[in-house]
Design a protein around this ligand. Sequence first.
Ligand SMILES: Cc1cc2nc3c(=O)[nH]c(=O)nc-3n(C[C@H](O)[C@H](O)[C@H](O)COP(=O)(O)OP(=O)(O)OC[C@H]3O[C@@H](n4cnc5c(N)ncnc54)[C@H](O)[C@@H]3O)c2cc1C
Length: 377
Amino acid sequence: MTTHVTIIGAGLGGLTLARVLHVNGIPSTVYEAESSPTARAQGGMLDIHDYNGQLALQAAGLMDEFRGLILEGREATRLLDRDGTVLFEKADDGTGGRPEVQRGELRQLLLDSLPAGTVRWGHKVSGTRALGEGRHEVTFADGSTVVTGLLVGADGAWSRVRPLLSTATPEYTGMSSVETYLFDADTRHPAAAKAVGDGALFALMPGKGLTAHREKGGTLHTYAMLARPQDWFANIDFTDPAAATARITAEFAGWAPELTALITDTDTAPVLRPLNALPAEHRWDRVPGVTLLGDAAHLAAPNGEGANLAMLDGAELGQALAAHPDDLETALTEYERAMFPRSTEAATEGAELYEFMFGATTPHGLLDMFTGEERGE
Ligand SMILES: Cc1cc2nc3c(=O)[nH]c(=O)nc-3n(C[C@H](O)[C@H](O)[C@H](O)COP(=O)(O)OP(=O)(O)OC[C@H]3O[C@@H](n4cnc5c(N)ncnc54)[C@H](O)[C@@H]3O)c2cc1C
């Protein structure tokens, strides 16, 4: 294959593509807006599934290195009622198929697996333009440009490549999360640490909930989830951490103190994350020389699949290009033919999961899901 692949975005999807291309002898360049690999904290833990994320790592030839990152025991799950009653508890017996790793460590693993210079940091794309015959021009914020015969938008939710293919833009899902961290929790926040347990905690009621994970080093990472319109959040001053913490905590009035401590005792300023999504059936007609992967193609409300799907997209696109080195359009068509229905299915199932988690029947809908039994039977 003579075409050099131009990838926009060094997230997990873009880096997986670059790695799979590399192991197949195909050169690529990844242009990333951030100034360095450490410019931004990479956030949270990810469970990497044996049916998508791990398949991508196999294609990337990185399974052994991946195993070295797994945090043992973190697949444990607890579902608590708002008064702290344990409704469901499952230990991590090592057979769950969804091992947890720190996102930053996984990204670094992929970065380390690429030839030096593959990622060009500090290259924020400001625009893209079709030149005809499958060629595209990419313009960066500093005014420089590149022209490419194969452009892949792996640039996430607000992709600058997407307009070449589709007019769709993400829309607010009606729900936001507010992110907090408790550090060294077993010593400093023992009641909250005990409530979360060894892995993931869910404490839910209709329209709101706390989801928390035990990360590396006794860190508790919490998303306080609230189904509120964006203008409701706009009235909260998140530049005043104490006031914002108090306002969000008020939404959980009457909940057990070991649960509200996940917000009130935060060691970091609470961070608002509005949750946006593209339409579940988002797709486009083939446009020569360009495609999308990951959130750029199928942003969905977080449902535990997004990073996994981005990696699988990257791996499958890389494999399709390796299989059809002289026929880019066949490769892109093959990749999209599998990616579109997979993404739609995941987004649809994700919306159902949100209904279980935050709909009228919660927490018992989720309890039924966890136990696989109908309540009362
Ligand atoms: C709160 C939250 C929790 C989540 N939890 C999970 C989870 O537990 N499991 C899971 O599988 N998924 C989870 N997800 C979803 C997951 O984070 C995304 O689906 C995944 O990161 C998508 O990967 P990506 O490579 O497509 O995009 P991204 O990770 O968004 O990477 C895009 C990259 O492109 C760069 N970029 C953006 N714009 C430009 C530009 N103009 N020019 C150049 N570069 C640019 C960005 O800096 C970034 O590095 C969660 C998401 C959220 C918001």
